[in-house]
Design a protein around this ligand. Structure first.
Ligand code: SF4
Length: 521
């Protein structure tokens, strides 16, 4: 463009004609033949932002974010315009020299870098032959689809998974394959927290922990800035001074892998200073449930009667001064006031007399090891910084912005559980602006429906939604104590099995040498 401005010479852009003025250069640069919808099938989250694509001479001239999303909540910024700098430059990548435009077949040793170009027909024939051979020689289950986001993002994955499912092959769980599975969240909640990112706007304290949203959540980073503009405090906890740390009010440079010590020291501060929310802890957590001290198992109905339920647990009720059944299927405590610190003795069905205590007592004992001073030696954060942040968490609506990093750690689940304990003590879930959010899977929305629909159109979507409703009713009929949310989770477990998704650990263990490594002493 600089050269053109200087010389005003004929170019392809002017159709061989000359520019008559600098303004003319500009006018012709911004002319196009038509505008279409487009997006980027790439592994970014959320991915698939809606873009307007400007076409000239059959090529992408440029792209532009759109503002097509509805306002969901009055007073809360909307999602518009959704996109990022990489998306805005996508057209240039389409025509980049490095882009591979046709199938290539390896003709040398693996790693030799020797490839030859083949036709699409030949490539498809070769793949189809290999699939048929595998089915005939071993069976369809020998076809393994290693699902990764790099296969074109969520939109592109669904047809691949459906295709493999129809063949009878196996698709490996995406989160398991790429190490994005936040096991701590599943262990505590049985699910991941799902909320849309505009919920950050409701927070008073945002803890960016194992995440770098300034780089990885570009389309939605504005909710963090907007929350801060409204008065929220932003704290980045990370070993590196990341781009997200630059925009934070406070940066805690934790040593890599020591986040659990930091979180537990904050929990200890909160309990020692009596800042925990007792009513929330009693209603929303398992901390009041009684544990047998002889075997450290939850006291359950099978301890009192032959064939009793193992998922029927107990509280010590302060009001009646007795051991009572904890409610199932609801968190509503009714008239019961569970104790957090009463030690008690119970007589079991086998005549044994055992001491039982609430989990809260055991947790407090465990936290003795995590004074801020001791934790500081582990995680490198000053004890007063931990105390100060703990007091803020206890006081403010706090959301932990968890990325996909803790899931990559061996025992990352324990880090996540320590973070969750911090929220559990401080009434920090179940309200707007609180919780711990990694991503919102939306299984029965958007791409989920796209994966199930049998044909295009709104009617097919309604059929899918009706079918899901019927499944949910069945789940609740099977066990009336199931809430609608629990029914949805149960349905997800079962349908995950039906579509041939399998944890990659089995494949790695039996076919990729993990067995030998795992069992090596
Ligand atoms: S986040 Fe960026 S690259 Fe990804 S779909 Fe949106 S605009 Fe495209």
């Amino acid at each position: 463009m600089t050269t053109e401005l200087r010389s005003l010479q004929p170019t392809a852009e002017t159709g061989g004609g000359t520019y008559t003025s600098v303004e003319d250069v500009y006018r012709q640069r911004w002319q196009w033949d038509n505008v279409v919808w487009g997006t980027h099938c790439v592994d970014c989250y959320p991915g698939n932002c809606p873009y307007r694509v400007y076409i000239k001479d059959g090529l992408v001239l440029h792209e532009e974010q759109t503002a097509t999303y509805n306002v969901i909540e009055k007073g809360v910024p909307d999602m518009n315009p959704m996109g990022c700098q990489k998306g805005a430059m996508w057209g240039q990548m389409l025509y980049a020299k490095e882009r591979i435009l046709y199938p290539m077949k390896r003709v040398g040793e693996r790693g030799s870098g020797r490839w030859k170009r083949i036709s699409w027909d030949d490539a498809l024939d070769e793949v189809a032959d290999a699939v048929i051979d595998a089915i005939q020689e071993v069976g369809p289950e020998s076809i393994i689809h290693e699902v990764t986001g790099a296969q074109g993002g969520p939109m592109a994955l669904i047809p691949c998974i459906r295709f493999i499912g129809r063949l009878g092959g196996l698709s490996m769980d995406l989160d398991g394959v790429v190490g994005d599975l936040p096991m701590g969240l599943y262990e505590v909640f049985g699910k991941i927290f799902a909320s849309t990112m505009d919920d950050w706007f409701h927070s008073e304290l945002l803890l960016i922990w194992h995440m770098n949203p300034a780089y990885t959540r570009i389309p939605h980073y504005h909710f963090i800035s907007e929350a801060r503009y409204k008065g929220a405090e932003v704290v980045t906890i990370a070993p590196d001074f990341s781009p997200s740390a630059v925009h934070a009010d406070q940066f805690l440079p934790v040593r890599p892998g020591t986040d659990a010590a930091l979180a537990l020291a904050m929990c200890k501060t909160i309990i020692d200073e009596g800042l925990h929310d007792t009513a929330f802890v009693k209603e929303q957590t398992d901390l009041p449930l009684l544990v047998r001290l002889d075997n450290h198992h939850f006291l359950n109905q099978s301890d009192f009667q032959e064939g009793g339920r193992q998922d029927q647990f107990y509280f010590f009720d302060e009001k009646s001064g007795s051991v009572v059944e904890a409610p199932r299927g609801t968190l509503d405590l009714g008239d019961v006031d569970p104790s957090l610190d009463t030690r008690h003795r119970v007589r079991l069905a086998d005549g044994k007399d055992v001491e039982v205590v609430p989990v809260f007592v055991l947790m407090r004992q465990r936290l003795e090891e995590y004074t801020p001073e001791k934790a500081s030696e582990i995680c490198g954060i000053h004890p007063e910084a931990m105390r100060s942040l703990a007091r803020k968490v206890a006081r403010l609506k706090t959301n932990i912005l968890l990325g996909f990093n803790s899931a990559k750690y061996y025992h990352g689940d324990l880090m996540e559980r320590a973070m969750i304990l911090l929220l559990a003590l401080t009434n920090n879930w179940g309200r707007k602006g609180t919780g711990i959010r990694i991503w919102s899977i939306g299984p029965m929305d958007g791409i989920g429906i796209f994966g199930i629909k049998q044909r295009p159109g709104a009617e097919a979507t309604i059929e899918v939604l009706d079918m899901l409703d019927r499944f949910m009713e069945t789940m609740q009929t099977e066990d009336p104590a199931r809430t609608r949310e629990q029914a949805a989770v149960e349905l997800q477990y079962r349908t995950a099995g039906m579509d041939n998704t399998t944890p990659p650990a089995f494949f790695w263990y039996y076919h990729c040498g993990h067995k030998e490594n795992w069992n090596r002493r």
